[in-house]
Design a protein around this ligand. Structure first.
Ligand code: GLY
Length: 400
């Protein structure tokens, strides 16, 4: 366990960065504070509606505002970042309310049929363990990691993304986003010494490296394996423009996820995979550095942007720069990350915090299903604040 002093470090804009970090952080934290007052311990929806968050809809036995779905921990992650950036105890207290609820959720086995246990428990209970050494949070994190391991399919060596394991539509399917769920297993390996966690990370990430990344360096959103034989079958999209296109957020998950998993596995082909995702992503950015929701669209298109993909890519580029073995490339990734973040701060953050409940405007959740198009999103907000933290404090220790 490491302990962080929340008020150590600075939030001044680094001299060599074009990003106005300090003002952007102040504005973002003012919104996070207001959202604590608005929502208390209840959870907002995945995305805003007309730039305002509403209470998360009820589903089944989980009431309105309840902890379900894959995005609730992004709020908790923002609270932890807010505490680290400001030292304001109100953020820590609100984060701990969420952490207790995440511990309850995993013990009650509520809405756990998803690979997104990684997103959910890394930013809530693992962060609580890392930052304040909460032993109940550690126990909850290990329970969540055990649940995630139930989705590891032999002989394919992949973690099934969605649905009940017996659901034929989802059987043997994984998605590029899953790279971000591996850190929960890596953390569980560090904590317990059990090789099954590290083995799952190494095998799952190798399968994505070999099959979800295409020869032209773009990525499939999802890929199917034959669950009985382990044979790789085919790529398909769920949220992209077409099976053959490159969904912008998926490519950003690839930049960040391959880089992080390279750092823990030492598999140099994952480093190369992150570089390839990066180069494709950067080649497909429009002039203002923020991608359209699918990289099939380019300058001149009136398709919506996905600012959340840009925020994830900034974090991914800065992580890649940290683990990059080539100094010239590391400098390039850092420069490009700062340019994207500068555009987000100038053009995609609300002009005044009171204009929206979101930290970042103009994201897309799922355009084919007309869900959360041109709205704020909880994950866009989280990664925007993580990106600002990374620029303000390059020594920051990530929760992943
Ligand atoms: N992980 C789901 C998404 O990025 O929409």
């Amino acid at each position: 366990m490491t302990s962080t002093s929340p008020v150590s470090g600075t939030t001044a804009t680094p001299a060599d960065s074009p990003v106005a970090v300090a003002g952007a952080i102040d504005a973002a934290l003012s919104t996070v504070r207001r959202n604590i007052a608005t929502f208390g311990g209840a959870y907002p929806g995945d995305t805003t509606v007309d730039d305002r968050y509403e209470l998360r809809p009820a589903e089944g036995s989980i009431p309105r505002g309840g902890n379900r779905g894959w995005t609730t921990s992004f709020r908790t992650g923002m609270l932890w970042l807010g505490w680290e950036l400001s030292g304001d105890e109100a953020f820590r207290e609100a984060a701990l309310v969420d952490v207790a609820d995440f511990a309850r959720r995993v013990r009650a086995e509520e809405d756990l049929d998803t690979h997104d246990l990684g997103f959910l428990y890394t930013l809530s209970t693992v962060a609580a363990w890392r930052l304040v050494g909460d032993p109940a949070a550690r126990d909850a994190s290990l329970l969540a990691a055990d649940h995630l391991m139930r989705r590891f399919l032999e002989p394919a060596g992949i973690i099934q993304a969605w649905g009940d394991l017996s659901d034929p539509a989802q059987r043997g399917r994984t998605i590029i986003d899953s790279l971000m769920n591996m850190p929960l297993l890596t953390w569980a390996h560090e904590q317990t010494g059990q090789e099954r966690f590290a083995d799952a990370v190494a095998r799952h990430t190798a399968q994505l490296r070999d099959h979800i990344l295409r020869e032209d360096d773009s990525t499939f959103h999802t890929f199917y394996w034959d669950a009985a034989t382990g044979e790789p079958l085919r790529g398909a999209t769920e949220q992209g423009a077409s099976d053959e296109s490159c969904w912008a957020r998926g490519q950003a998950w690839g930049i960040y996820g391959f880089a992080m998993n390279y750092a823990v596995t030492g598999d140099e082909r994952l480093l190369e995979a992150s570089r390839r995702c990066t180069e494709y992503f950067l080649r497909h950015l429009p002039a203002d550095q923020v991608p359209f929701w699918d990289l099939v669209y380019t300058d001149g298109s009136d398709a919506p942007r996905d600012s959340s993909a840009a925020a994830i890519a900034v974090c991914g580029l800065l992580e890649l720069a940290k683990v990059e073995t080539d100094a010239a490339r590391a400098a390039e990734w850092t420069t490009r990350a700062h340019a994207i973040l500068a555009s987000l701060v100038e053009n995609y953050a609300p002009a005044a915090p009171e204009d929206s409940d979101a930290l970042l405007l103009h994201s897309v959740y799922d355009l084919p299903k007309d869900n959360g198009v041109d709205e704020g999103t909880l994950w866009g907000d989280y990664f925007y604040l993580e990106a600002l933290m990374r620029v303000a404090r390059p020594e920051w220790r990530k929760y992943w």
